[in-house]
Design a binder for this molecule. Structure first.
Ligand code: Z15
Length: 834
């Protein structure tokens, strides 16, 4: 099947770019006209849903105007583009963001409220596209926001999953997953382009196209094809005219897939099974974060994303350029983890087999084009795919990978003659226990830059996981510390704090120049400021308490310290250590109800991969402890525990602004960076944390006095594990710890059932990879220090202000600038207002 319908979708510059009006009257006219012509209804009969949809498309119209001018400016300039390839994007809700970015928030409020519609109602109709699992997907969204804000020409490519990350509920304290049919009522933010599809092949065989060399060109004859149908969402920059796009691919069956004869014979299921099979490729996001499942369909998803995106990138390149050697001057492709790494052999295939570029030239182009971000150190997160599966699914790619490996190992042998150990470790193919393709090795060999996501992570990558590559090519290795967008995670999530900041800094310039937050430093010990700062936190906590009461029935005290642990459930993140602390507090209160303690609300939120038994049992334990604690009159007023279900971007925007204490307690050396830690610090939460990931950089900046540090550092953790770590000895020597574990295994939180949580307790008492008990005493003592600090209200508030004032570095604008200078070598393109 040829690409018969493909066309060049770019908007060319010309006089036909429409302009949207600039007054509230124009805006209201646009709304009324869209209500009538787009929604097909009248103001008298419009529902809240009609109003929402109409508002969304009207805002979208305003962004289209900017987008058209952006494309025109890009066309004129023909700049180098960043193409961000990611299997995940966690964009968050679009409505409030687009109101802010188009400056129409106030107008909308007036127009809506005059008709009895609240902004809150409209906001709740906005559905968050949950097309990611956690940190990696949200980072992608923050980088898109910052690239647009910094006028960087960029396109994000991803998959338009029919079902995003599952919806989480609890039954008997256990996680229950429900499908996230996020487009059930339609998605007003996207533009579908069903007439702009690409055809993607799978399986089949290869044959020589001229001669017999694997270095090609060769012909791949796939035995299965599906179509990739694109749609895009607009990605506006804040305070600029630039609007970029994120282009998402959806799998569609070929036109002839519906079996009319079978349908006629009453075999309805069989009649549509080919359609269902093809379209399953983009059906659902795999809900695993930092672990690999190795399913065939997952590999198909990855190749589907890569194939569609590269065809698009090449077409965009050819729109303005001819010479393939110029490709890396116009294109840099950033690989978000190993998920899109098949793009490396795919570009080789397209150049060699379809565009007659010879192998060596194609390889040079490829290496100069790609850059790879690694997001983990966990061995279980490093993807490998069985050679047998690759040979079957992508026979030509497997040939190309062999050839890349052959040339690479030959060169390696010239530099390090006879070093078989090195050859075996760096080979793109792992031999034992079964032959597998190592995607991270392929990424490093095929890219000109490799980066980790925080200083410690980048150092450990170069010293451990990718050590031999780092000695081979030290110049390839970079660090780019992650960041978060202050537009969403301060301005939109925390409008009260934002107003207070702007009032003290004399404007909102900090939103695009976050280092300006340093100006708050001057007010850190100012009584009036501290009073207002506390007021903001208190009001945010009142909002959170209202939400918690409505959704869980748990009543929270806005005066209590709000202690939050919000992130994916994973053993390395050690939610269990937090539970051990909560039970410690509970035991103390039970033993002595008169004990003066700091009233605390412990907020948990986060999802676990559906198949991750250990993490799910910890979740169940959290719910069980919450139940027991919240129903025990002896501790009422002192301790509350709430697990807010269905953590997502929207929920983060609710919880982060009310946090006093930010729990970042992963075992040192395990969390690559973390980004929730940054969101919380920016919103004035004080961190209790280990020397892990970006915590280290947060502490360096906010100051050791404004950060609660505990636990092993990465080196100590590694040597503790090497030198025979004994969890038992901690249990034997620490009576308070013993009481906690005995309470859990004794059935205190499971109505006397001693089996319910036995395996949790056994896991920390046995050979615990994450050294929970080893860090317990240090953690609990540190929490006692936190409580003493909290009791000095003024001092705590100063710490909180300093956390905000000194966290400007953690803007994703800085992250994008780092990528631009260190890796991408791209320049901004300003989009004129007219
Ligand atoms: C993911 O969310 C992260 C790493 C992964 O390897 C996968 Cl598969 C998913 C996270 C890291 O755990 C986190 O530390 C980091 O902040 C985030 O990526 C963004 O870099």
């Amino acid at each position: 099947e040829a690409d018969s319908l493909a066309f060049v979708p770019e908007i060319k510059p010309g006089p036909n770019i429409r302009r949207v009006g600039t007054t509230v009257e124009d805006f209201e006219q646009n709304l009324l006209s869209n209500l009538y012509f787009q929604r097909g209804t009248t103001i008298e009969s419009a529902s809240a849903g009609d109003a929402y949809h109409t508002l969304a498309v009207t805002l979208r119209d305003r962004l289209v105007d900017r987008y058209a001018r952006t494309v025109a400016a890009h066309y004129e300039t023909n700049p180098r583009f960043v193409y961000y390839l990611s299997a995940e994007y966690m964009l968050g809700r679009q409505l409030n963001q687009n109101l802010l970015y188009t400056g129409t928030e106030q107008w909308t409020r007036e127009i809506a409220e005059a008709r009895g519609l609240s902004m809150e109602t409209l906001a709740t109709l906005d559905v968050e596209p949950g097309l990611g699992n956690g940190g990696l997907g949200r980072l992608a969204a923050c980088l898109l926001d910052s690239m647009a804000t910094l006028d960087i020409p960029a396109v994000g490519y991803g998959i338009r999953y029919d079902y995003g990350i599952f919806k989480q509920t609890f039954q008997n304290g256990e996680q229950v997953e429900r499908p996230d049919d996020w487009t059930f009522y339609g998605n007003p933010w996207e533009f579908a382009a069903p007439d702009d599809q690409h055809v993607v092949g799978f399986y089949g065989k290869t044959e020589s196209a001229n001669g017999d060399s694997m270095a090609g060109p060769r012909r791949w004859i796939p035995s299965e094809t599906v179509r990739g149908e694109p749609s895009h969402m607009l990605v506006p920059g804040y305070g600029t005219q630039t609007v970029n796009i994120v282009r998402l691919w959806r799998a569609r069956a070929s036109r002839q897939s519906f079996d009319l004869a079978r349908f006629g014979a009453g075999q309805y299921g069989e009649a549509v099974q080919h359609i269902a099979l093809s379209e399953s490729i983009s059906k659902v996001l795999y809900p695993d974060d930092s672990t690999e499942l190795g399913r065939e369909l997952r590999l198909k998803q990855q190749y589907f994303l890569v194939s569609c995106s590269l065809r698009d990138i090449i077409r965009r390149f050819q729109f303005r350029n001819r010479d393939w050697d110029a490709f890396p001057d116009k294109v840099v492709i950033q690989l978000n983890d190993t998920h899109p790494v098949l793009a490396i052999p795919e570009l080789m295939r397209l150049l060699v087999d379809e565009h007659q570029v010879d192998w060596d030239r194609a390889w040079s182009i490829t290496q100069r084009t790609f850059a790879y971000t690694c997001h983990t150190l966990l061995p279980e997160a490093l993807e490998t795919w069985p050679v047998a599966l690759m040979e079957r699914l992508l026979p030509r790619h497997m040939e190309i990978i062999y050839l890349i490996n052959h040339v690479f190992l030959r060169d390696l042998d010239m530099r390090h003659p006879g070093d078989l150990r090195l050859m075996r470790d760096l080979s793109l193919i792992q031999e034992e226990p079964e032959r597998r393709v190592r995607m991270a090795n392929l990424a490093v060999v095929g890219s000109h830059a490799v980066n980790g996501v925080a200083e410690l992570h980048s150092r450990l990558l170069a010293e451990t996981t990718l050590r031999d590559f780092a000695s081979l090519w030290p110049e390839k290795f970079h660090n780019v510390t992650n960041g978060v967008t202050p537009r969403r995670f301060v301005r939109l999530a925390n409008p009260r704090l934002s107003s207070l900041i702007s009032a003290h800094l004399g404007g909102d310039g900090w939103l695009t120049d976050l280092d300006q937050l340093a100006g708050l430093e001057a007010f850190a010990d100012d009584n009036a400021m501290r009073e207002r700062w506390r007021d903001v936190k208190r009001l945010n906590k009142v909002d959170l308490a209202a939400y918690a009461a409505r959704t869980t029935g748990v009543v929270l005290d806005p005066q209590a310290m709000c202690d939050v642990m919000i992130k994916r459930f994973h053993e390395y993140k050690r939610q269990l250590l937090k539970v051990l602390h909560v039970v410690t507090l509970y035991n103390r209160l039970r033993d002595d109800p008169a004990a003066t303690v700091v009233p605390r609300t412990v907020v948990f939120a986060g999802k676990a991969a559906p198949g991750y038994r250990a993490a799910k049992l910890v979740m169940k334990l959290v719910n069980a402890v919450a139940d027991t604690v919240n129903n025990d009159p002896r501790v009422a007023g002192a301790l509350r525990v709430v697990f807010l279900p269905d953590y997502n971007v929207t929920r983060a925007e609710l919880i982060v602004p009310s946090a006093d204490l930010s729990e970042q307690i992963s075992l040192a050396g395990k969390e690559a960076s973390g980004t929730g830690n940054m969101k919380l610090a920016l919103n004035g939460a004080v961190t209790i944390g280990t020397l892990d990931g970006a915590n280290i950089e947060i502490r360096d900046r906010v100051g050791a006095d404004n950060f609660f540090l505990f636990g092993y550092n990465a080196e100590q953790a590694m040597s503790a594990r090497r030198s025979g770590y004994s969890a038992r000895s901690f249990y034997d020597q620490d009576p308070e710890l013993r009481a906690v574990l005995d309470a859990i295994s004794g059935g205190v939180f499971s109505s006397g059932d001693r089996d319910a949580f036995a395996s949790v307790v056994d896991s920390v008492l046995g050979w615990d990879e994450y050294l929970c008990l080893g860090d317990y005493r240090s953690y609990v003592d540190c929490q006692d220090t936190v409580e003493r600090a909290w009791q000095d209200r003024e001092r705590w508030t100063s710490m909180s202000i300093r956390n905000t004032a000194r966290s400007g570095f953690f803007s994703s604008d800085r992250t994008v600038r780092d990528y631009c200078r260190g890796i991408w070598n791209v320049e901004p393109v300003r989009v004129p207002e007219e």
